[in-house]
Design a protein around this ligand. Sequence first.
Ligand code: GLV
Ligand code: GLV
Length: 325
Amino acid sequence: KRPYVYVTRKMPAKMINILESVAEVGMWESEETPVPREILLEEANKADGLFTVLADQIDEELFQAAPNLKVVANLAVGFDNIDVQAATKRGIAVCNTPDILTDTTADLAFSLVLMVGRRLAEAVECVKTGNWTSWSPFFMAGADVHHKTIGIVGMGSIGEAVAKRALGFQMNVIYHNRNRKIETEKALDVSYRSFEDLVVESDYIVCLTPLTDATKGMFSKEVFRKMKNTAYFINASRGTVVVEEDLVEALREGEIAGAGLDVFHQEPIDPNHPLLQFPNVVALPHIGSASVETRGAMIVHCCENIAAVLKGETPVSLVNKEIKC
Ligand code: GLV
Ligand code: GLV
């Protein structure tokens, strides 16, 4: 019997034809709406492989309903929507899409640096709404980016790619990471700081760390209080690395100069959320890796990972390397 793979979001047919050569393929009908939980569980029950997105919770309950499941390929570098430990216990391969999206995501993170520093969203709005009146010395004057200090929290491959962009803007680049990256320090002109020192010294903090028990809520009241009042906070990792109420308070109290956010606790964020009421907050709809080229490559990569596991091979992007494929 041919294996069955369920794809939880509508994907272009020509991008998933690799899958069709190894399995029967079922696919959720919508590009925008997440698959309802009951349908996901029903499909998982039949599936040898699942092609998932960040909106799908892949947990113990799902694994219990999926006796034949061998592989879950997530269309993202992050996999905090998947209970990897539970998958590993059952010998299910978990795959992600690292590397392919590194430069695209770094471009977006660095765009947020420019947007918040130079007040680009406010400036665009001002022109469109007829509020560009006359020239005045400090009209829409923001903060410089060049020669400022950028503090990168989470120095994985995306962190390194942001560092390269920052060095091109002649910024002073400091970073914090669980493990110090001596090779990176040699290859790039960047230096390590404790988290506390990074927070105090940075003009722009860019958070790119994965969501783990250790990083959940790491940006809290105390951290925002230690930041310079002129500093900006940028988050392109996961919403829950920040205590959002504390960020709101820091913005309200002027503890920091502004924030650039691609991720939130609740996605999509409620348009009435207090964070969206500040002119010095730039909010984006979680589009870090969203270029046509990169998303296409990510989709193909997920299919290749699933096909590899179904053929009994080790997939290129295996998260839980301890399992046997
Ligand atoms: C997006 O957030 C990703 O993890 O790829
Ligand atoms: C924090 O920066 C981490 O990478 O754990």
